[in-house]
Design a protein around this ligand. Structure first.
Ligand code: 5GP
Ligand code: ZN
Length: 115
């Protein structure tokens, strides 16, 4: 599986950096964001290193579908009943800070929007 030794999320996957995990299987990991923008804020990532959404192709379609399908299941498990946002920031103008593909899933009572 693709791994980037300098990538902070690859280090989380490898257990080299601690995280509060919300879900894990052979392909995906979900963990709580260290700097939450919402009462419940998890990041869903593929275990294989892919830098951005723009680096995905048809071969990633099933994985991307599984990332999206995990969001409602996780929010239900975490007790979010009143809705949530799903966000993928891509590239510098997309506000991406960590270059390992991740989907933010943010729920819980508003207001909580970041700056
Ligand atoms: P981006 O701006 O790239 O879409 O979002 C990156 C997210 O990763 C930010 O919300 C940030 O708080 C989160 N993050 C960065 N480093 C860590 C870390 O070491 N652990 C956790 N749990 N989240 C992190
Ligand atoms: Zn990575």
């Amino acid at each position: 599986m693709t791994h980037d030794a300098n990538c902070i999320f690859c280090k989380i996957i490898a257990g080299q950096i601690p995280s509060r995990k919300a879900y894990e299987d052979e392909e995906l990991l979900a963990f709580h964001d260290i700097n939450p923008w919402a009462p419940v804020h998890v990041l869903i990532i593929p275990k294989a290193h892919v830098a951005t959404l723009s680096d995905t192709g048809p071969e990633h379609a099933a994985m991307l579908g599984r990332m999206l399908a995990l969001a409602p299941r996780l929010m239900a498990e975490l007790g979010v009943t009143s809705g949530y946002r799903t966000v993928i920031n891509t590239g510098p103008d997309g506000g991406q800070e960590v270059y390992h593909l991740h989907m933010h899933v943010m729920g819980g009572p508003r207001p909580w929007l970041k700056g």
